[in-house]
Write a protein that binds this ligand. Structure first.
Ligand SMILES: C[S@@+](CC[C@H](N)C(=O)[O-])C[C@H]1O[C@@H](n2cnc3c(N)ncnc32)[C@H](O)[C@@H]1O
Length: 333
């Protein structure tokens, strides 16, 4: 186990999120504990818990990971000293105020997306651990005009509906407006989603849906397209040293044993522990691509002029089998 840190879930209420959080900790070979103020142990016997005194009085640095005003971007923060407690918070309310007050540092994962401004808590933990514990020698940031370099993203055969949904939530939060899914495991298109009908009704009124496109045959052989496959078991430079952006770049994030095309570049998501579930992998890859893109300049983010624009032309031309997923629907994942 890595003595540098431990991961703490503060008031986590969804047992599935608690399991995913424990998996994020195993990815980075750190212990995981829970300050259980929501009766989680009743659903998960044997849950490792910490009480408030043990959390606040642990002695090492206390790092709060939350999107609170003034929190520093996790990409810029210094590496951690040993014995740090890295805390993530409740799915609806975030980290409790006593931890925020006592924290030696509060870090956030910048969310350039319109409409979705948080990640799933386990995804946020994996992204934070990636940058707080590792990712040395990172590539430079590209800004200005990051949007012209934003890569296309393809999710390669996700095997689970919730992992796919959570990964789409991350894509929207990191600023992607469309994602292609190779849905050969049939977990997304054509499967009933509980709120699907409501989503369809709201699609006409909501301004920032995520467009989810089914991958057609031949997506990998688009002329002039540079494909970068990102995964834990691939030969290639570490993710944060690989070029993940640029016009004509397609990032592929495969699930399971999905085979990359032979001419694709590869980037390795190197973690000290075990490879984690799909939402954790996609969260780290999308965070790193967003980091390399950099922030939009103030000039670039000025409100658009009224009238027809290139963007509105694209909207009209959206293919008929595009799935429009609403931001509030993604928050369920
Ligand atoms: C889904 S968030 C909900 C709370 C959040 N404060 C809000 O605005 O609704 C649950 C937890 O995930 C982590 N999290 C999610 N997105 C994050 C981000 N962009 N930056 C830092 N932490 C994040 C935080 O630990 C947060 O407490």
């Amino acid at each position: 186990m890595n003595p540098r840190a431990r991961l703490i879930g503060d008031g986590i209420e969804n047992p599935a999120n608690a399991k995913a959080l424990a998996e994020a900790a195993r990815m980075f070979a750190v212990p995981c504990g829970f300050r259980d103020s929501r009766g989680l142990a009743g659903h998960l016997p044997g849950l490792p818990t910490v009480d408030t005194a043990a959390l606040l009085g642990a002695g090492g640095p206390l790092v709060a990971v939350d999107n609170t005003p003034g929190a520093e971007p996790v990409y810029r923060t210094e590496r951690l000293h040993s014995g740090a407690s890295i805390v993530v918070g409740n799915e609806r309310r975030g980290i409790r105020p006593d931890v925020l007050r006592a924290a030696t540092r509060t870090v956030q994962i910048p969310m350039p997306g319109r409409g979705v401004n948080t990640l799933n808590v386990a995804t946020a933990a994996a992204v934070a651990l990636y940058y707080l514990l590792d990712a040395h020698g990172r590539r430079h940031v590209r800004a200005p005009r990051p949007e012209s370099h934003r890569p296309a993203v393809l999710f390669g055969a996700p095997r689970d509906h919730v992992e796919a949904g959570s990964s789409l939530r991350s894509a929207a939060a990191f600023g992607w407006q469309s994602v292609t899914v190779d849905d050969r495991e049939k977990v997304w298109f054509g499967t009933p989603r509980p709120v699907r009908n409501e989503a369809r009704a709201a699609a006409r009124s909501h301004r920032n849906p995520l467009r989810v496109l089914p991958a057609g045959d031949g997506w990998a052989s688009m002329p002039g397209c540079r494909t970068v496959v990102c995964g834990p078991d691939l030969d290639g430079p570490p993710l944060h040293r690989a070029e993940l952006t640029g016009p004509g770049t397609l990032l592929v994030i495969p699930d399971g044993d999905w085979r990359p095309p032979p001419d694709a570049e590869r980037a390795r998501v190197a973690v000290p522990g075990v490879a984690g579930r799909y939402r954790l992998l996609t969260g780290i890859v999308l965070a790193e691509a967003a980091r390399q893109l950099g922030a939009r300049s103030a000039k670039a983010s000025r409100p658009a002029r009224r009238g027809l624009s290139y963007g509105s032309g694209l909207e009209l031309a959206a293919p008929p089998d595009t799935d429009l997923v609403q931001p509030w629907e993604l928050l369920r994942y």
